[in-house]
Structures are given as C-alpha cells and as structure tokens.
Ligand binder design. Structure first.
Ligand code: BEZ
Length: 250
C-alpha cells in the first residue's frame, strides 16, 4: 500500500490544535509519524521544566526579552564543552542585547551540575579557564521539550538532540532557527549576528543583505506596485542599483 505522507501530516497538524502537550507527544510516539516542528513565525511552544537554575516556565519567565533556546547532544562531550565555554564567554554581550540564553539536553540535573562544575574547575580552552556557565540548562530526560521543538532528528541520533538554535523575540514568536549536526560546533559570531540583524530589521523596518554586519548598508523593502517602483528610484538617501534593489546607511 502506498501511504501519502503529506496527507498524514496534514491530518496530524489539523488534529494538533485540539490536543494538549502530553496528548500531542503521546500521539507522535504511538504513531511513529511526522509532527509539525515549530517554524519561523510560530509562537514559541510553552513548557515547564527543571533547570540548573531551578524551575522554568518558558517563555513566560522571560517576558519582554529575546530568547536563544539551544540544545546540545550530551554533557561531558568535547564539542559541547567548547560550545558552552563560547556561549558563557559571550553571555554578557547577549544580555546587553536584551537576550537570554537557555540550554537543553536529555541529560539529568546531576549530570548538568557536575559538567558545569567540571568545566569551571578543570577545563582550559583557547586561553579561557575558570569559565562559569551563567545560563540555565534544561533537564529533558523525558525528551518532552526536545520533541516539542523538533530537536531530535532520528537520522542523526535517536537519543540525543542535534545542535538546534531557536531565536525567539520579545513577543515570543520564533524568528529564526539554525540546526547543526553533532560533529560541527556552532559559529557564535553568527548567532550574535542573527540577534543583532533581527533587532535591526525590526527597529528600522529594513532587510539585511548577504553577509550583512552591523555598520554595513541595509536594503529597503522592494516596491510592490509600479507606482512605488517609479517613486523609489527618485527617493533621497538611497543608492538604487535597480528599482527593486536599493540600499541605504542607517
Ligand atoms: C561532542 O560534543 O563532541 C559530540 C557529542 C555527540 C556526538 C558527537 C560529538
């Protein structure tokens, strides 16, 4: 029998509105089928969890802030350890951008605590030592949050999260998602660039061209009528390469 996966997915997604979180996860487990992962533009799924900083109500505990929710495959692993040091070193820069970091893996609370103590006491990496991990790490032994956010990709690993990064704005909307595989550590300059880029696009109602970095020219939204196109090329303060590609300084 040929199964139409697209139809099954549609059915599941339609049904999902009427299910609570536990029912959704049970349904997914029991049917071993597709599930709607959070997408850009969706409201961040809500959950409660235990973390290394105590109980967390996400995203409610971070009202008015940007949030970076990220998963790592496992505590006490080499790439993850270097990533945690990189994130911890940049935490103040993220806080200056009104952005809160929240980590997650399917390890236990005691493992998380042991690992962050071990990093602070024993690890020296690229000249960084005694690094304190100042952000909370979610305990997700049940995989509830990992599944809710589509952080487990069975083709890559069945019992561990991939390196997912969700960028969530102050209105709790998911604005960007980046996934990395197990063997590749994240680029933290890019993660910071994404936050600054989204905040810049929001603040100035502009878009950002390839390889944009703070200080570089931005692009204005393209005209959607012929009249607008005609006006656009005459606008002061713009450099128009074509009617649909005009840049400006901020
Ligand atoms: C690491 O962090 O080094 C790692 C974790 C899981 C699989 C492969 C690498």
């Amino acid at each position: 029998m040929v199964v139409n996966l697209a139809n099954i997915c549609n059915l599941v997604v339609q049904k999902s509105d009427r299910l609570n979180l536990k029912e959704k996860l049970d349904y997914m487990e029991n049917n071993n089928t597709c599930w709607s992962m959070p997408r850009i533009g969706d409201q961040a799924p809500e959950f409660r969890a235990m973390t290394t900083h105590g109980k967390l109500n996400f995203p409610g505990d971070y009202a008015g802030k940007w949030k970076i929710l990220f998963s790592h495959p496992a505590d006490f692993t080499p790439v993850c350890t270097t990533e945690f040091i990189a994130f911890a070193k940049m935490q103040q820069e993220f806080e200056a951008l009104n952005t809160q970091l929240v980590g997650l893996s399917v390890d236990s609370l005691s493992s998380h605590i042991d690992w962050v103590r071990n990093i602070q006491e024993k690890i020296e990496w690229e000249g960084n030592k005694n690094v304190e991990i100042g952000f909370p790490i979610i305990v997700d032994l049940s995989k509830t949050v990992s599944k809710l956010y589509g952080m487990i990709m069975p083709g890559e690993a069945n019992n561990a999260c991939v390196r997912a990064v969700f960028f969530i704005d102050p209105s709790d909307k998911i604005r960007a998602i980046i996934y990395y595989p197990l063997v590749l550590g994240r680029n933290f300059d890019e993660i910071k660039r994404v936050i600054i880029g989204l905040q810049t696009a929001d603040a100035h109602d502009v878009a950002l061209p390839a390889n944009w970095e703070p200080g570089k020219d931005v692009v204005v939204h393209y005209p959607v009528t012929t009249a607008e196109a005609q006006e656009r090329v005459k606008e002061e303060g713009l450099t128009c390469h074509e009617w649909y590609l005009c840049s400006k300084k901020l």
